[in-house]
Every structure is written in C-alpha cells, then in structure tokens.
Design a protein around this ligand. Structure first.
Ligand SMILES: NC(=O)c1ccc[n+]([C@@H]2O[C@H](COP(=O)([O-])OP(=O)(O)OC[C@H]3O[C@@H](n4cnc5c(N)ncnc54)[C@H](OP(=O)(O)O)[C@@H]3O)[C@@H](O)[C@H]2O)c1
Length: 335
C-alpha cells in the first residue's frame, strides 16, 4: 500500500468537495493500492493538521476553518512546514497575477511536492515556469479541473489519444454563458433577463463579467494551447468576444437556419467568440454543460461533454489527477 500525504490549500466550494470525495473514496482508493491521507487543510483563517488524517466529520459542516484550525499558518507557510507528498491547490483564480495560487504552487513544487489544482490563474500566468519547476524537482503538476471541470479533456488527449496528432480543440468551456444562451434561445428572452435568472439560481456571480465577457473561457484556451499544443502563449494572444451582445433575434434567426449560437473557445485559432454551431452537432449541448470536440488524424473527431463546475464534480477531476500521478509512477517503475 502506497501512503500519500495530502495537503489541501483553499477550503471553499471545491475544497469542501475534495474533503468529501477523499473521505468517501478512501476505501476504494485503498483497493487500488493508494492510501490517500489528507493531513492538512488551509484557508485564509489558518490550518487544521492531523498526521493521522483529518476527520472529515469535524470540518465538513464548517464554512471556514475559523473554529477548528489548530495552527495560524496560511497557505505558503503551511506548504513549507507540513511534510506532505502532494498539495491540492484550490484557492480563487486571478488571471492577471496568479496569486495566491501561484506562490502556493511554486512553494510546493520547489519543495518536491506534486501539485493538483483547479485554479486556472497560475497556469494562465506562468505555465512554462511551473512546468519547468515541476520537472526540475522531479514532481508532477496536474490540472484537469482547470479546463472543463469534470469533463475529461487533458487526460483524454495526453493518455487515451496518445499517438494522435491533434489538429484542434473547439468547445463550450463556460457553463454560465451556456446557460444564459440556452435560456435566451428557449424562452426568446433578452440577455439581461437570462442573466438575472442565472444569478437567482447561483449559476452566475453577482459580478458576472469574468464569465460573460469571455475571460474565463479565454483562460482555458490559454491552458489548452500551452499544455496540449506547446504554444507558449499569453492571455493577450487570445482574441476574445463575450456574449453580452448576443440578442434573442440573432438566436431566433440562427435557429430558423438550423443553428445554435454558442460561446466557443478554439485552439489553436486562439479565439473566444459567439459562434454558429449546427443544432444537431455533439458540441451544441444545452444548460450548464461544457463540451469539446477534439480533431485528430487517427481517431477523427472525438467529442466529450460534462459539467464544467460543481463542488463534487470538480473534486472528481482532482481525484483522478491524484491517482494518475501514482499510476504514472508505477508505469515508469516498470520500464
Ligand atoms: N467552483 C467550481 O465549480 C470550480 C470549477 C472548476 C474550477 N474552479 C476553480 O477552483 C478554485 C476554487 O474554486 P471555489 O469555487 O472553491 O472558490 P471559493 O469557494 O472562493 O474558495 C476558495 C477558497 O480559498 C480560500 N483562500 C483565499 N485565499 C487564500 C489563501 N491565501 N490561502 C489559503 N486559502 C485561501 C478562500 O477563503 P475566503 O473565501 O475566505 O477568502 C476559500 O476558502 C478557483 O480557482 C476556481 O476558479 C472552481
């Protein structure tokens, strides 16, 4: 049995999902030969540490760690001080400077710890630097959850489609935009009405600009371009148009001609824009779903879809990355 000591940094929506999933799946992971032991959780208020494994029942009912923290250590201090094998980094995204996640990831990788994350910002700002830091320290940086949530895309390309030349990836990478466009088309309502409905349902933030202006999708385009196409691009290389200018009239006209309008991110075109997609196309999914078409030489077009967000769903992608690190290591060991 391989014991893996895990530190979790960030205890919000995804952090709670990670604690829940690691607890629920601990026995199943042991059957795979992995004892995934969560030994610390850190948020902005401090850290809870237990060498024997954190008792999820003690913390899952707590919104923050204020009442249960056993140390006042914050993110970087906790990463430096706690002897974990792997850090799960799930603090808020900032795609301008990448902090605080960038500092957390640098500290973990420099300290010889694997990093698994759902946080786009550090990867958008400093992918090649982080990748090199991981390589220099003999550890892995995994980030499936950053581009499409639980939808398997990066691992699908890197592992299952290995040997294929990937010509491009096009898809819907933001569930909030997809929900708004779907509701506008279904109900023939203006953008502002669909947006307030999404806000009432908790699908859109009070300040929705990050989603509706296409910023979030463009961040995912940057990550996919750098990680899967080796393009070494920055956010400013992406040509971005959001969905705020899409009208019910345009959606109705498109539908008459057999099309939906979707916010499509495209690699390697490096564009994010409202795009006509044939209604029957596998990427023309509705509601909050994400989708991606992967164009290849050997396998033709492969299409995936799934939830781009959600506490447990995102934690599922994180768990998959964690397991893949140790499975890869086992394969390396064989050869
Ligand atoms: N939610 C999803 O479904 C989803 C899906 C895919 C990817 N993501 C990404 O995953 C990450 C986490 O998302 P989330 O929804 O869980 O966000 P969230 O609910 O805002 O949680 C972020 C957590 O990080 C804490 N935090 C902030 N600064 C910190 C610091 N310096 N050190 C330690 N902890 C700190 C926050 O505390 P305070 O809130 O008190 O500041 C909060 O506990 C984000 O980067 C997001 O873009 C989210």
């Amino acid at each position: 049995m391989r014991e893996v000591k895990i530190s979790l940094v960030g205890y919000g929506v995804v952090g709670h999902g990670v604690v829940d999933v690691l607890t629920r799946k601990r026995a199943m992971m042991k059957e795979l030969g992995l004892d995934l032991k969560l030994i610390s959780v850190t948020d902005h208020t401090g850290t809870i540490i237990s060498e024997d494994g954190i008792d999820a029942q003690k913390i899952l009912g707590e919104k923050t760690l204020t009442n249960v923290a056993t140390s006042s250590m914050k993110g970087k201090e906790a990463i430096d001080a706690i002897a974990s094998d792997l850090v799960i980094e799930v603090t808020p995204t900032n795609i301008v400077h990448g902090q605080p996640g960038l500092g957390h990831m640098e500290a973990a990788l420099a300290g010889g710890k694997h990093v698994v994350t759902s946080n786009k910002g550090p990867l958008v700002v400093a992918y090649s630097r982080l990748k090199k830091l991981a390589e220099d320290n003999g550890v892995m940086l995994k980030f499936e959850a950053t581009a499409g949530g639980t939808m398997p895309l990066i691992s699908l390309v890197e592992r299952t489609l290995v040997g294929n030349t990937i010509y491009g990836i096009r898809g819907i990478f933001n569930g909030t935009c997809n929900y708004i466009l779907t509701r506008m088309a279904e109900e023939n309502i203006p953008y502002t009405h669909a947006l307030s409905e999404a806000q009432d349902l908790g699908i859109a933030e009070a300040d929705p600009s990050y989603d509706v202006e296409g910023v979030d999708t463009a961040g995912k385009v940057v990550i996919l371009a750098n990680a899967l196409f080796d393009m070494n691009i920055k956010y400013s290389d992406v040509d971005v148009t959001g969905i705020t200018g899409v009208t019910p009239e345009a959606l109705a006209l498109a539908r008459e001609k057999g099309y939906a309008i979707k916010l499509i991110g495209d690699v390697p075109a490096l564009t994010v824009r409202p795009t006509l997609v044939p209604v029957g196309s596998p990427i023309a999914v509705g509601g909050t779903l994400n989708s991606a078409a992967i164009y290849t030489d050997l396998s033709g077009t492969i299409t995936v879809s799934g939830l781009g967000a959600g506490s447990i769903e995102t934690a599922s992608a994180i768990l998959s990355d964690v397991v893949s690190i140790y499975r890869t290591k086992r394969i390396d060991a064989i050869f």
